[in-house]
Unconditional design. Structure first.
Length: 356
């Protein structure tokens, strides 16, 4: 078997997503990836957060196992073969900077290896970090295997204050915002600089062979792009967001040609006016959070984003997407769907509503 995708497909994907980012695509971008169930005979596990610590598995075997998985997929709509490197956890930059990676629960979490006061925290580039090099090695094996026919994504580096919260502790950081605001800003600048350095080095490994850029959102981009975030901002006021977050976001949105903001939970809604005012931010993804009403039940959030002229990544099911598209229009929306191949007919019917 082989992966059912080729150069003409990639040319089409590039044109579609270029138009989506530039807001000239007259329909939504919808990925539909169908998974055919074929028994796996390999003893190598599919790379995941539960087994990303398995450094005993050579990168070539990791890629071969992923390749077998991708061979079972069918790509419809705006879908394409990709590897999501969020398998190393949310905020892997913390591990690049010395935090411990713990996946004993089956999900990756990061913990500081020592307690330090904020004034004692200084960070530098660590080219010999085990996790950084593991990702680089897997990238290399993927480039040799696929020669640009599979898009390998960037890992989930994390938000700047989110990284500090991991290394310092969220409660401590909340006090630091009041007690040592200038130190918070200093550490933020150090981490932001390193964030950009690690991003560039990883991107340089992938390019020019990788067919484009992507991240855990699954959005394709022909230029450097990323889903930026600050989950920590759930706990702070709009005034603190303006003081400690917005400048870093604006820098990332200026340095990277295209960006999407991951707005996670209703605690971030007070920051939406500031987010929509970021000139170079292209799109916003709204995630209501566990236990909250589903995405279709937040029409005013989507209307506010729409009024700002930004694109929207819709998280949710087909029903949610239909409701949102009916309310604000489908142009500029993005949806990432996956389904078993046995449900192909009903999913294709949904897709055809928007691709006519």
């Amino acid at each position: 078997m082989s992966i059912k995708f080729g150069k003409d497909d990639w040319d089409r994907i590039k044109e579609t997503y270029d138009n989506w980012w530039n807001r000239t695509l007259e329909r939504p971008a919808i990925k539909l990836t169908l998974q055919h169930e074929v028994p796996c005979t390999s003893s190598i596990p599919l790379l995941s957060q539960a087994n990303c610590h398995r450094l005993d598995i050579c990168p070539e075997d990791v890629i071969d196992r992923i390749n077998a998985y991708l061979e079972q997929q069918e790509y419809l709509g705006d879908a394409f073969p990709m590897v999501n490197f969020d398998v190393f956890g949310p905020g892997i930059l913390a591990a690049f900077l010395g935090a411990a990676l713990d996946n004993s629960s089956g999900n990756v979490w990061f913990h500081p290896t020592e307690d330090r006061e904020l004034c004692e925290m200084h960070f530098e580039y660590r080219p010999d970090n085990i996790w950084f090099n593991r990702i680089k090695d897997i990238y290399g094996a993927g480039i040799r295997k696929w020669k640009g026919n599979v898009l390998m994504g960037m890992p989930d580096l994390g938000g700047i204050l989110d990284i500090i919260a991991i290394l310092r502790g969220s409660e401590n950081l909340l006090y630091d915002l009041y007690d040592e605001p200038e130190e918070v800003k200093r550490v933020s600048r150090e981490i932001q600089d390193l964030w950009l350095r690690y991003y560039k080095e990883l991107a340089d490994i992938l390019q020019p062979v990788n067919p484009g850029y992507t991240d855990w959102s699954g959005l394709f981009c022909s230029e450097p792009s990323y889903v930026v975030q600050c989950d920590f901002s759930y706990m702070i006021s709009p005034e603190m967001f303006r003081e400690f977050v917005i400048d870093d976001l604006e820098q990332l949105c200026t340095v990277l040609p295209h960006t999407l903001y991951h707005m996670d939970g209703k605690g971030e809604l007070p920051h939406l006016p500031q987010l929509t005012a970021i000139r170079h931010l292209d799109a916003i993804q709204w995630c209501p959070g566990d236990g909250a009403p589903r995405t279709m039940e937040w029409p005013e959030v989507y209307r506010q984003i729409r009024r700002s002229g930004k694109n929207i990544h819709v998280l949710g099911a087909r029903k949610d997407f239909d409701s949102i598209a009916k309310d604000i229009g489908a142009k500029g929306l993005y949806l990432n769907l996956s389904a078993p191949a046995s449900e192909k007919e009903e999913y294709v019917s949904f897709l055809n509503q928007y691709f006519q």
